[in-house]
Design a protein. Structure first.
Length: 269
């Protein structure tokens, strides 16, 4: 039997084809915002405010992460422009390179030319080339699911959960940064020590003047204030005069009495 070396079996090549392996990336940036990674994720549910997507921005040097809920993908262009201005005003730096996938919402050539930003696009169906933000999405979603399972919050509150997740991730040390946290790399100082509470728990507070008998559910923000929901009216407000029942020591009985007297005066006719 004779074999013709000039003829190849196409069927064998089609059946055995596979993607070329990806080597571990060794690229690094010297300063913050020399390279940022951006990507969009679409949760399965709308948020309580009608958000359907969220934009994630990751700094390649500090790994600090920012998250922006969006109603439509067309908001991406304005968000990136505002983020560039934010970086310039708050950190006195300019974004040099931005990397994203082939989504049309990232195509903003006029903006890149105006600020002199180099934009890098990954190959089609190759998320590995934008792996840093892809892995960050996986990390964010894993922590978000854990917080929502623990707090029994409705799925429509995922936008507030993401605020907590980003806040925590930016302040947790990681081996990628030699056991430093993204906040410390970006701001060049350790993050301030804060008392972290659960995402959802009962609280004692002064009732709003216009809603004497409103029941509330607390959704704590990283700031000193808290976002509360009126359960009967489904209205979100920001409150400051809060006392968290789960962390209220006995020595604070005088403050508790102030709230009790205030409640009695408001509820009695």
């Amino acid at each position: 039997m004779k074999f013709d070396c000039k003829n190849f079996c196409d069927i064998c090549h089609y059946s055995k084809q596979h993607k070329l392996p990806f080597q571990q990336s060794t690229s690094c940036t010297l300063n913050c915002f020399d390279l940022i990674y951006v990507d969009i994720w679409e949760p399965t549910n709308f948020s309580i405010h009608g958000h359907k997507y969220f934009l994630t921005v990751v700094d390649g040097h500090s790994r600090h992460t920012w998250n922006f809920p969006m109603i439509i993908k067309a908001e991406t262009k304005n968000l990136l422009q505002n983020f560039a201005i934010f970086v310039q005003n708050q950190f006195e730096r300019k974004i040099k390179t931005i990397r994203f996938d082939n989504g049309q919402e990232f195509m903003n050539q006029d903006f890149y030319n105006k600020y002199g930003i180099i934009h890098q696009r990954s190959c089609v169906e190759t998320p590995q080339q934008n792996a840093i933000v892809e892995h960050k999405h996986q990390h964010i979603l894993n922590v978000a699911r854990s917080l929502m399972f623990q707090s029994n919050l409705p799925r429509s509150y995922w936008n507030y959960t993401l605020m907590h997740v980003i806040y925590l991730i930016n302040r947790l040390p990681t081996i990628v940064l030699t056991n430093k946290c993204p906040y410390e790399i970006l701001y060049k100082e350790p993050p301030p020590s804060l008392i972290l509470r659960f995402l959802d728990h009962s609280i004692l507070l002064q009732l709003f003047k216009d809603n004497k008998e409103s029941l509330i559910q607390e959704l704590e923000t990283p700031q000193q204030n808290a976002i509360v929901e009126h359960k009967h009216q489904h209205i979100l407000n920001v409150a400051r005069s809060l006392m968290f029942q789960s962390n209220l020591p006995i020595s604070y009985w005088n403050y508790a009495l102030m709230h009790v007297v205030d409640l009695i005066n408001r509820l009695l006719p």
